[in-house]
Design a protein. Structure first.
Length: 183
């Protein structure tokens, strides 16, 4: 089975980031205790791991574009882009700091500590690893359930409406069952 834990964490991180942006304005300053707790929570749920490939992907995209324009310089382009990407790698900490600030503004220190404590526990680790699989299985079960309910609803409603209409009774919506003569 495909492990969707990374996707689940990305979705969770995105939801949290969006809720922080959309939440009412809060104090702009956060304490070091809040940042420390936020970093621990972020690490516990691997909230920013999905962003690890941003710089390498950007570098690969740039190399591809430049090499297509100047294929004779492939080696020079590759070396130059890789060197510059490595120089920019230190800026990854800016994203971590921003994520910690967002979490610190969104959750209290106690909540962040509780999040970190849970997700570093065996149960929390299992939820991160196996939760997406369980979620996928629940979606399959819900699809099967919905198909059965749809089938049964369709059959029951059709049967009742057929009996009502065939008996010349008034349909459920109150419209008359007899046709008006053509004028």
């Amino acid at each position: 089975m495909i492990n969707l834990a990374g996707l689940g964490r990305t979705v969770a991180a995105t939801a949290i980031i969006l809720s922080a942006v959309m939440a009412p304005a809060r104090a702009q300053d956060v304490t070091e205790d809040q940042i420390k707790a936020a970093r621990a929570a972020i690490a516990a749920i691997a909230a920013t791991n999905a962003f690890d490939n941003i710089l390498p992907n950007l570098a690969e995209r740039l190399k591809t574009t430049l090499i297509q324009s100047s294929p004779n310089y492939q080696e020079l382009i590759t070396k130059s882009v890789d060197d510059k990407a490595l120089e920019l790698a230190s800026r990854r900490s800016d994203l971590e700091r921003e994520a910690a600030t967002i979490y610190a503004k969104t959750f209290t220190v106690d909540e962040l500590n509780a999040i970190a404590a849970f997700y570093t526990s065996d149960a929390g680790k299992k939820l991160l690893n196996d939760g997406p699989i369980a979620q996928r299985e629940m979606i399959k079960a819900a699809d099967i359930w919905a198909a059965g309910v749809s089938r049964d609803l369709n059959a029951a409603a059709t049967k009742e409406l057929g009996a009502t209409l065939n008996a010349g009774q008034q349909p459920i919506d109150g419209a008359a069952t007899t046709e008006k003569p053509a004028e």
